[in-house]
Design a protein around this ligand. Sequence first.
Ligand code: NAD
Length: 330
Amino acid sequence: MAEEKEVAARVEELRERLHRYNYHYHVLDDPIVPDANYDEDMRELVNLEENHPSLKSDDSPTMRIGGEVLSGFQKVRHDRPMLSLGNAFNEQDLWDFDRRVRQGLSAEEAVTYNCELKIDGLAVALTYENGRFVRGATRGDGQIGEDITTNLKTVGSIPLRLNEPASVEVRGEVFMPERSFRRLNEEKEKRGEALFANPRNAAAGSLRQLDPKIAAGRNLDIFLYAIANDRGKGLASHHEALNYMQGLGLKVNPQNGHYDSMDGVIHYVNQWLDEREQLAYEIDGIVVKVDNLRQQDELGFTAKSPRWAIAYKFPAEEKMTTLTGIELSV
Ligand code: NAD
């Protein structure tokens, strides 16, 4: 009994802390702890809720996606929710994911995985009607996002017109290249202004400004990684969807990999763990996705994330820049 009480108190403590971290990260774009600390607390809370189901609660941070929608922007309801991803932190988690995938399929059949760099930016949905860019939105809480069309029009790599008059909703990650991030913080320092903690928060903070001139001056970039309404286009796999998007003139990351086994996936993960520093932008892990769209349909979704994908999070090496410009490493 005493133990139950202690667990309940710990659960409350973690929830309060994660709510606070979420608020600073998602609403203020100004995190107060490195992602690894957030992930550790979240993992502990998930485990406690799983082992003590009576403590589950609908308003727990484990049930939520993203943050609140900022007022000042029009709201956009996503036709298909913009979800989060389950996490893997080591090779065993990837093998467990592989086992769940194979068990979730009705027949014993081959599974191919797509590996993508997990760009550390801000998820957006871009809507094209007859080939014209008509709307861009943030993920928000997954169901409702902010209409940031005007700001997204300032991102040079987002085409305002596609190569074909296609009507598609595509999703991707807006990010700030490291060079632009460093330059921005140098300028801010000269002006005595508060610095951005990392490129992710700088990108998010730039896109969620009401004045589009601010986003325009920030050298933002994008990689697209999904079509929300891919059905009916004759596509059989995720990699075909990526090729299709590329053909439309959308920017797709060239480093994507394609593997027939989890061993291949682990090789890709380890390669990028070593080579991530050579990229001109920050990544915080690798996203592994089942390639076959029929298999994706069969596996479906939990309330928060697809069962056919997982995000492998790199171990922390994140630096957070304090207001005084000192870099904190973990
Ligand atoms: P997530 O970052 O674990 O993964 C989902 C996101 O990955 C997607 O929404 C998309 O934006 C992104 N992504 C990048 N490349 C992708 C690709 N190729 N394919 C698909 N998606 C891709 O989950 P989340 O819900 O966005 O955020 C939770 C994470 O944010 C936490 O695990 C933590 O690391 C961080 N966070 C940190 C704090 C903090 O205080 N430091 C607070 C809240 C959240």
